[in-house]
Design a protein around this ligand. Sequence first.
Ligand code: LMR
Length: 340
Amino acid sequence: MHINKIVATLASLGTVGMLTSAPGVLAQAPIVIKFSHVVAINTPKGKAAERFKELAEKATHGRVKVEVYPNSILYKDKEEMEALQIGAVQILAPSLAKFGPLGVKEFEVFDLPYIFPTVTALHSVTQGAVGQQMFKKLEPKGITGLAYWDNGFKVMSANKILKSAADFKGLKLRIQSSKVLDAQMRTLGANPQMLAFSEVYQALQTGVVDGAENPPSNIYSQKMHEVQKYISVTNHGVIEYAVITNTKFWNSLPADIRGTLEIALKEATAYGNSIAQKENDDAIEAMRQSSKTSIYVLTDAERAALRKTLLPVQKEVAGRIGKELIDSINQTVAQATVAK
Ligand code: LMR
């Protein structure tokens, strides 16, 4: 039977995976990796995902095809974790604030306000033993942690300047699905509202919420600054991501492919982390130039006062995320800060 007839028959049988690369030659179809995320491409995570795609496809000589679905176009916050677990998508990079609903609340330790004074301190955790230990918590959920990606320090957006706890009183502020962030906002006297990232712009525009928190790159890339009169540079916490995969899928890969993807991911991680700070600095500058919003940078004294107000959150959530974990992160950070 002629080759075209074979392919037509296979296709009619809905047989996937057999493609012709040349007459008479049946090539194996590429392994498709769907990589879904919720932010714009022009952000640290968006660019790191595109770089992973480029490196993975090149290094595997096309044996792997990475399909990146940015900006919640494939799955939104709530859906993506379930999609990963059922194997409908193969890689995600959710914020560490979004693992509570999965039953892995320990990652909310990264949401503690002012727990990381610098990126170096953050990296002492994400690139050290504590970060690796935390990935073990994902295993019972059928999820493998592959890497940590940076975004940056969060700022606050609202239609008023937010520089002291009193300024937050009574405001409806959007948060990610994290009980630590809930405690943070309540400690400031605000009223936290959990919303998916894809819903934040409209919630700000219509007044469903009064403000939100995010690194500048997320605010700018989603045009949130166009519906918020003030950006208050509090740098009160971080957004960090875990690049995760479906364990069954990952272990089913040919060992050479898996090894090549691990190298590609390592390079994409280094790239993403190397551009994150500049992406956020550029976003602040772009918002400043846009004249759509005003940027207020808190003074050291104002930031210190906010930090003092928020420190008790660590005690309040210790029962949820574990006092030992909080202590180990504080010790790791202290060592990194002294060593610097
Ligand atoms: C948010 O929901 O605000 C962030 O987690 C979005 C992201 O992935 O950076």
